[in-house]
Design a protein around this ligand. Structure first.
Ligand code: FES
Length: 154
């Protein structure tokens, strides 16, 4: 890990210190932001780790835990909420057998994340499956998407 972190630190210095791109590189390298990496940069750059965590938790693109192969992003903004996004998420969690407090399946195939408005309210409720936006999503269609990703028949 240390070699990779040193490389990222060099890039950070070359790019005149941009925390967001540093974190993007960390996530690119490890698939998520390991806490050890944050502590390491915090010491090297003399920046409190809370500053890094502040950025990580503000932007939905960052993950503090290893994520699954497939990322399902459910919009929970007002328009999507009104159109039943909570019901979609509950159905999805059941479909994936996700236990309380977990966002990634045990086999690391799926991660669910919630975000605020993604800016396409006219087609609410919106679910993004591996970066592809699906509007007017229903529990049935979402279930079919999951089956497709699992390679099961519809
Ligand atoms: S609230 Fe979901 S797209 Fe705007």
């Amino acid at each position: 890990m240390e070699e990779t972190l040193k490389q990222i630190l060099d890039n950070y210095r070359k790019n005149e210190g941009n925390i967001i791109s540093l974190l993007q590189e960390v996530q690119e390298a490890f698939g998520y932001i390991p806490r050890e990496a944050v502590e390491w940069f915090s010491k090297k750059l003399d920046i409190p780790s809370s500053s890094f965590f502040g950025v990580v938790t503000f932007y939905a693109q960052f993950h503090l835990k290893p994520t699954g192969k497939n990322i399902i992003t459910a919009c929970c903004g007002t328009a999507c909420h009104v159109k039943g996004s909570e019901r979609l998420i509950d159905g999805l969690r059941m479909e994936l057998n996700l236990i309380e407090g977990e966002d990634t399946t045990e086999d690391r195939e799926f991660t669910i994340e919630k975000v605020a408005c993604v800016g396409t309210c006219s087609i609410a409720p919106v679910v993004i499956v591996n970066k592809k936006v699906h509007g007017r999503m229903t529990t049935d269609r979402l279930s079919k998407e999951i089956k497709k990703l699992r390679g099961e028949k519809r």
